[in-house]
Design a protein around this ligand. Structure first.
Ligand code: HPA
Ligand SMILES: [Zn+2]
Length: 326
């Protein structure tokens, strides 16, 4: 069995496998410009974040009903269990659905139906992270937060995703302030394609507790020192970084340097249906290519629980599982 771990950087829409996409397209009468699974998989070649986002948003058009979102989340949870995932904090992009006429409540009810019985069925505890699309206006993020208000018992945190460069964290200062007032945890994608300055802004302006990706922080030694001193977790996604050409090859990935610097790094899958593997494949392949020691792999698994939004007793239970794993 793979080492027990938490997955903290996973977009549920990014778990849409070609097989399920085609099945839902047929079920909902949606026409896709791909004839079959092979044709769809052949489209999974990306030059950068934007070229991925274009396909990611296009393909999610097959998600229409509550049942579709339940099926999507259920398929992920079944795979996550095989990957040793014990706890998952799952991003979703409400604006990508409301913008095409699917109601916020449909998305949330569908995802919740799968997540509510996840612990019972798969032994996986879960949280949901509502992501704002950073390439859309802040007013839309604030309106999305309003729609979420009746459902705050189901939402753990807010996050910030989509096209990074040109959409700095400071654009969302008011939305994050409001989310904080509502008692939500705060995370944001920063330093994936964007500069270290965006990571600083996420910390200083948005007051986030975790940075998603954050790999470009390494260009700024002062920032690294701060992330280490403040124990700010970074949710790193090696396969994603290679597929979106933020890093040339897995062998060039900075994960090992991040651990050596004392950063609280975790390994995650981001959009596993698109990037060639789920979280344990990210962990084992990256560890093999970078020559990480068993102790470093164990540290990464421990870090995932240290970085999670868990109560102390649950965290301690999961950490004990990591320590007991051989
Ligand atoms: O890695 C990502 N970065 C930004 N937006 C995203 N939306 C899904 N995955 C990503
Ligand atoms: Zn992401």
């Amino acid at each position: 069995m793979p080492i027990p771990k938490a997955e903290l950087h996973l977009h549920i829409e990014g778990t849409l496998e070609p097989e399920l996409a085609l099945r839902l397209a047929e079920r909902n009468g949606v026409t896709l410009p791909y004839a079959d699974v092979a044709g769809l998989r052949a489209a999974y070649r990306f030059d950068d974040l934007q070229s991925f986002l274009d396909l990611y948003y296009r393909l999610m058009d097959v998600l229409r009903t509550e049942q579709d979102f339940t099926d999507l989340a259920d398929a992920y949870l079944a795979r996550a269990r095989e990957q040793g995932v014990r706890h998952a904090e799952i991003f979703f992009d409400p604006q990508a659905h409301t913008a095409r006429g699917v109601a916020f409540d449909t998305v949330l009810a569908g995802l919740s139906a799968a997540l509510d019985s996840s612990e019972e069925r798969y032994g996986i505890t879960t949280g949901l992270i509502l992501c704002f699309l950073r390439d859309r206006p802040e007013e839309e993020a604030l309106a999305t937060l309003e729609e979420a208000k009746p459902h705050l018992d189901r939402i753990t945190a807010v996050g910030l995703d989509s096209a990074e460069v040109g959409n700095p964290p400071s654009k969302f200062a008011r939305a994050y302030e409001r989310a904080s007032e509502l008692g939500l945890h705060l995370v944001a994608h920063a330093g994936e394609e964007g500069p270290p300055e965006y990571v600083r802004e996420a910390l200083d302006v948005l007051h986030v507790e975790r940075i998603d990706h954050g790999i470009r922080s390494l260009e700024d030694p002062e920032l690294v020192a701060r992330l280490v001193a403040e124990r700010i977790p970074l949710t790193v996604c090696p396969f994603s970084n290679v597929r979106l050409r933020c890093v040339d090859t897995l062998a060039d990935h900075p994960l090992r340097r991040m651990l050596d610097a004392g950063l609280l790094a975790t390994v995650n899958s981001d959009d596993p249906a698109y990037f060639g593997g789920y979280v344990d494949e990210n962990l084992t392949d990256t560890a093999a290519v970078l020559g990480l020691t068993d102790d470093q792999v164990r540290t990464l698994a421990r870090n995932s629980f240290e970085a999670a939004f868990l109560d102390d007793a649950t965290r301690a239970r999961y950490l004990a599982e990591v320590d007991a794993h051989r």
